[in-house]
Design a protein around this ligand. Sequence first.
Ligand code: AMP
Length: 210
Amino acid sequence: MKLILLGAPGAGKGTQAEFISKRLNIPTISTGNMLRAAVQNGTPVGLRAKAFMDAGGLVPDEVIIGIVQERLAQPDCAGGYILDGVPRTIAQAQALEDAGISFDAVLSLEISDETIVERMSGRRSCPDCGATYHIASAPPKEQGRCDKCGAQLLQRGDDKPETVLSRLKVYHEQTEPLKDFYARRGILKPADNQDTIEETTKVVFAALGI
Ligand code: AMP
């Protein structure tokens, strides 16, 4: 199964991707995680991406298209994958289509801007393995420490309130039109955010029929 997870920043794409990944035994490809690793390692892609990310804007399409195509060519993607955070513009979606990559479903996580702003202020991420937590709704077992790898959790620079607002604006202007793009191809599956992660997972699985 080849899936795209669409949704505003902070909608819970990463969290739901983990559950789908386990259920279907396919990898999650997160461009956000790949870019953060590139920034941390000081690679040419990281050096190019950093300023756009810090400002809450989008990294140029050609950079994204390059890293995604390279990643999808890896052997672990042969049996399917979940794209988390990509495509984010019509140009990226078109580039994937032009490369002959088609999808079985595009799951759109629907959530209000107000809930996002509330949620992002409590989000904490692991700089080493990319796992995400929330100080109130999904805390780690030990405060400030990643359950999976033990690293110290951080608030992502781009989860700060002013950056969240610009990321939401970018989402509505540049990413939301993708819903229409995929609806016209008959593969858009909307799923409404619920009060808990577990309830949202049920709605997501139902929308995907898995
Ligand atoms: P995310 O973790 O998906 O919220 O991504 C964090 C940041 O990485 C975004 O705010 C963008 O600056 C950049 N980014 C991630 N994926 C993409 C993409 N597909 N296109 C452009 N920029 C991206």
